[in-house]
Design a protein around this ligand. Structure first.
Ligand code: GLN
Length: 488
């Protein structure tokens, strides 16, 4: 059995039947990490010994295990706290910070019987769209090592796509799960805001941040969200599980689903091959009984500026806690307390993070608050309204995930504004707190994966996953693996 090609649910079933031991599964993943991580740089920290010990312990519980994912090895983005294991946010300023507690999602996964292989590389503090701003160096895309895997959960997407673990837990503030999933040919989901606890997620922009899974397919995403969802008393914005058992309701039946194509998302600036593949996905769903309608979504030109103002404003406040006193790394040779702060932050943050702190501080300053920040909040309300109107006409929207496929390494950092604009299809979902899913829907002429995005109303996860599952029953894009993911 070629273990690394199985989905998480398939591996879980094989473990349950006794065809594979938990330790064999963990060893297979660690072998894949050893063979490929030098090249991909998907992991910042690999916890081999911990994983093997845990696997051995879990074996005794296989018979009584309730979860279909019991014993399946996975990995966690490095902005999610893991007790005693370095959590760096891919930043110098956090140094070797090893949190004294686990994030709530990490606790839930541990209770379910997950085996963690380690921590995944990302853009520094989740700020970026290519995973190139990491202090630990860029992640490479397994489909083409000269290209970026997307970001900020680029390590997560690269790992799942190349077979370094069966699923990953990432975070999405403006597309950071969906866009790398799209560039690397995996399925990723950003759930409805509040349905998964953010306790222990190192905050970037708290009103937009959400934790979610990156997987081989939609069924795996459903199984993982069933573990992650639910109210957490440690996160005041978390809500009771409002979408029920997702895996159990996965039928692939899309009969009567009304799928909206927002014409404003298919205009100028969208690559022709991406457009053709996403529209072909609509045809597949239509053939399975869904109805496809066109509608207007006239807010697209405002979403990127509004997102970057709100995200930067919240980041400037959230990141003020990194001062060289409380966590991680501290600069040497300071003369005063103020000097300690200044030197640590100057040397500890990378330039993209500093750009956002400056921008965020500026838009919140008294002379400019009304002109920028308040206006951005007003646009956020308008975007919500536009989605409400759209969902009166259809059950879900189908759009591209990004205007183009994975860029060459180095291309985006030289033009940050261009990079920000590439988030145009993903950020509206966060502004409105909606669920969004990215699924592989084709390849371009360079052989790079293309992703399609499904967006639903609040708590519409079940329908989105059903539509993606239906699509995956009739296509095999999600089953293809990059050369790097093929151990043969
Ligand atoms: N690319 C976006 C940004 O840099 C989104 C990042 C994210 O979702 N964490 O803000």
């Amino acid at each position: 059995m070629e273990l690394t090609k199985l989905t998480a649910l398939e591996l879980g079933a094989a473990i349950k039947k006794g065809e594979v031991s938990v330790k064999e599964a963990a060893q297979a993943a660690l072998d894949a990490v050893a063979a490929q991580n030098k090249e991909l740089n998907a992991f910042i920290t690999v916890t081999s010994e911990r994983a093997l010990n845990r696997a051995e312990k879990l074996q005794a519980g296989v018979k009584d295990a309730e979860s279909p994912l019991y014993g399946v090895p996975m990995a966690i983005k490095d902005n999610i706290c893991t007790r005693g294991v370095k959590t760096s946010c891919a930043s110098k300023i956090l140094g070797d910070f090893a949190p004294p507690y686990d994030a709530s999602v990490v606790e839930r996964l541990a209770d379910m019987g997950a085996v963690s292989l380690g921590k995944l590389n990302m853009d520094e503090f989740a700020m970026g769209s290519t995973s190139e701003t990491s202090f630990y160096g860029p992640v490479r895309n397994p489909w083409d090592l000269e290209r970026a895997p997307g970001g900020s959960s680029g390590g997560a997407a690269a790992a799942v796509s190349a077979g370094l673990g069966w699923y990953a837990i990432g975070s999405d503030t403006g597309g950071s799960i969906r866009q790398p999933a799209s560039y690397c040919g995996v399925t990723g989901m950003k759930p409805t805001y509040g349905t998964v606890s953010r306790y222990g997620l190192i905050a970037y922009a708290s009103s937009l941040d959400q934790i979610g899974p990156l997987c081989r397919d939609a069924a795996d995403c459903a199984a993982i969200l069933d573990v992650l969802q639910g109210r957490d008393p440690k996160d005041g914005t978390s809500l009771d599980g409002q979408y029920g058992n997702l895996l159990g309701s996965l039928t692939g039946d899309v009969q009567g689903f009304k799928i909206g194509l927002p014409v404003d998302c298919y205009g100028d600036g969208l690559d022709g091959e991406v457009r053709a593949s996403v529209l072909a996905a609509a045809d597949v769903l239509r053939a399975r009984g869904a109805e496809v309608v066109e509608l207007s979504f006239p807010v697209m030109e405002y979403v990127v500026p509004a997102y970057y103002i709100i995200a930067a404003a919240e980041a400037s406040s959230n990141l003020s806690r990194f001062d060289g006193v409380k966590y991680g790394w501290r600069a040497e040779g300071y003369e005063s307390l103020d000097g300690l702060y200044r030197k640590t932050r100057t040397q500890g943050f990378g330039s993209e993070v500093k750009r956002r702190i400056l921008l965020g501080t500026f838009v919140l300053s008294s002379g400019y608050y009304d002109a920028y920040y308040r206006k951005a909040l007003q646009i956020k309300a308008v975007v919500k309204d536009a989605f409400d109107k759209a969902f009166h006409q259809c059950d879900m929207l189908l759009t591209p995930v990004a205007p183009a496929t994975a860029p060459k390494l180095g291309e985006s950092l030289s033009n940050p504004l261009q990079m920000y604009l590439s988030d145009v299809y993903t950020v509206p979902v966060n502004l409105a707190g909606l669920p969004g899913l990215s699924m592989p829907c084709g390849f371009d002429s360079k052989g790079l994966p293309i992703g399609a995005q499904l967006i639903g109303p609040h708590f519409g996860e079940g329908r989105l996953l059903n539509a993606a599952h239906a699509f995956q029953l009739d296509t095999d894009y999600h089953k293809r693996t990059p050369k790097g993911g093929d151990p043969a």
